[in-house]
Ligand binder design. Structure first.
Ligand SMILES: Cc1cc2nc3c(=O)[nH]c(=O)nc-3n(C[C@H](O)[C@H](O)[C@H](O)COP(=O)(O)OP(=O)(O)OC[C@H]3O[C@@H](n4cnc5c(N)ncnc54)[C@H](O)[C@@H]3O)c2cc1C
Length: 504
């Protein structure tokens, strides 16, 4: 359960009939939205802004997910903001991440800018007025309030918070036990002495299983195919050494970030240049915990090259230690159906369960499930081309934060924030009221393809929702290439007078 974090005084409650205007409206109070608010206060202090959030508090992902063991799978030196030192162990619990975000809110007086329980349902752009009108449903009163804003900063994440993805298996209604999705972990779920089956082997399953193994009778992880895992201590030796030397935490944060990113760049490069060597290294990490008796080939050897899907970090090998202890086990095979007592696999194997946890991923959320219109016409993002995964052709005064998968999400949230603040300042200096990305003459015949190259990265929720996302061109300007190491230099060098930006 997340520790309560105290907020500064609550934001004002405004009468439903009042239309408030802000220079910038930020959607979502997750790590991206709170970061956006911070950067505006620092880089554009003359811009008014509001953050609208449908949940009861800040945190986004780290508030929604409450399953046992919930923790980050990337290190907080890079998942933490560039501007706020992380002082704990690299892998953090949801409660620790929320309390870090709570400090950012308190230290920068951001609480007065945030309105909770405001679910944005519609946003319409008027070229005549050069502004957005946003409709939000107030979840505590049920009434609808309107805002206008010059610029929309979309920090709504990438998946639907209300409900996770559960495939529709035959026989689900016959199962006598409870079916649970980790995104909606019930407060009253008692796993003591229960047989639990967890479907899936991604980061969520890998976190949940060691957290419940001791208390349950037995946990079985059922996977269609294996996932890569990387093991290591939940400690950063360099950070520990620098602390022993009493180096200032601001320096430690910067130095350790650089070291983590340097090592990750080498690892990412090697996963493309020598995938077989990297694969064997990852497998030997698993073997070191499980010993020779576990069938590594069947249960832990993925069919894809490393990094085509996110690699889950297993601190101190806790998942493997649960398997080794006999409290957890792994079954690899396809589910045929649910039965009254559990699951039947296509192999004919029956698995008995009191509780089945469907750790099967997310429903992609394309820009907050908001009904967008541009001058009265419904907007379909699939008909747009992405400008660096951050803006869209034909969509004025809007930026979108879509982070990294192979590196920490927040690295990109910080980069995009610098981009947005620089763009806002540029518009002000030019006296422009709107900016819209447009294909230049030299881009008109450019080949267009899906938002992400599935050969590069292909998790299920992206593959299921790719047809809803903007398209990508074959030049760096018109792609989100998931490459922090290229973008960290490319973003600051963006020329806002390039004809790809059309101002009015
Ligand atoms: C369990 C889990 C662990 C993860 N671990 C890591 C990790 O270790 N490292 C990493 O890099 N990434 C990780 N991720 C990915 C993670 O989601 C992102 O890194 C990051 O937290 C996303 O932050 P965000 O603020 O962009 O979006 P979110 O955290 O999704 O927050 C978006 C917010 O916007 C609000 N919102 C959405 N639509 C609307 C609307 N219409 N109106 C009002 N409010 C709206 C939502 O309620 C939510 O609070 C993890 C994801 C999950 C699910």
């Amino acid at each position: 359960m997340n520790a309560p974090v105290t907020l500064a005084e609550p934001a004002p409650r405004v009468a439903a009939s009042t239309v408030e205007h802000f220079d910038v409206l930020i959607v979502g109070a997750g790590i991206s939205g709170i970061g956006a608010g911070y950067h505006l206060t620092q880089q554009c202090p003359d811009h008014s802004f509001v953050i609208l959030e449908s949940l009861d508090s800040f945190g986004g992902t780290w508030l929604t997910h409450r399953y046992p063991g919930i923790r980050s799978d990337s290190d907080l030196y890079t998942f933490g903001y560039r501007f706020k030192p992380w002082v704990g162990p690299p892998i953090a619990t949801a409660a620790e991440i929320r309390s870090y975000m709570g400090e950012v809110i308190a230290e920068n007086d951001l609480a007065r800018h945030i309105r909770y329980r405001h679910q944005i349902v519609a946003a319409s752009w008027s070229s005549e007025d050069s502004r957005w009108t946003i409709e939000a449903r107030r979840l505590d009163g049920g009434d609808t309030v309107r805002f206008t804003a010059n610029f929309l900063w979309m920090c709504q994440g990438y998946y639907r918070h209300a409900e996770g993805y559960t495939p529709n298996w035959p026989g689900m209604a016959d199962f006598k036990g409870r079916i649970v999705h980790p995104q909606k972990w019930p407060d009253d779920l008692d796993i003591r002495d229960k047989a639990v089956v967890v479907i899936g082997s991604g980061a969520t399953a890998a976190t949940l299983i060691p957290a419940i193994a001791a208390e349950s009778r037995h946990v079985t992880m059922v996977q269609r195919s294996p996932t890569y895992f990387i093991t290591g201590r939940n400690a950063n030796e360099l950070a520990d050494l620098l602390r022993t030397l009493q180096i200032d935490e601001t320096w430690i944060h910067e130095i350790v970030r650089r070291k983590v990113l340097y090592d990750q760049a080498a690892f990412t490069r090697r996963s493309f240049s020598e995938p077989e060597v990297v694969k064997q290294e990852l497998l030997s990490g698993v073997r070191a915990y499980l010993g020779p008796d576990v069938d590594l080939e069947t249960h832990f050897t993925p069919r894809y090259r490393p990094w085509r899907q996110r690699i889950a970090f297993i601190p101190d090998g806790d998942l493997f230690r649960a398997v080794k202890s006999g409290k957890a086990s792994v079954v690899t095979g396809e589910i045929e159906c649910f039965t009254a007592d559990g699951l039947r696999l296509k192999s004919g194997e029956e698995l008995k369960a009191d509780i089945i946890v469907s750790a099967t991923g997310f429903n992609l959320n394309v820009l907050g499930d908001i009904a967008f219109t541009i001058d009265g016409k419904p907007l379909d993002f699939a008909n747009t081309v992405t400008y660096r995964g951050t803006m869209f052709t034909g969509v004025p005064n809007m930026a979108w934060v879509f982070g990294y998968f192979r590196a920490s999400w927040t690295l990109r949230a910080d980069l995009v924030a610098d981009f947005v603040c620089a763009l806002l300042k540029h518009m002000k200096a030019k006296g422009a009221r709107s900016v819209v990305p447009a294909l230049r003459d030299e881009d008109k015949d450019m080949a267009l393809s899906s938002f992400i190259d599935p050969e590069n990265f292909n998790p299920g929720y992206l593959m299921r929702g790719m047809h809803l996302l903007p398209r990508r061109g074959d030049k760096p300007e018109w792609q989100h290439n998931q490459d922090y190491w290229a973008e960290k230099d490319e973003f600051p060098a963006i020329d806002f007078d390039d004809p790809a930006f059309v101002y009015r």
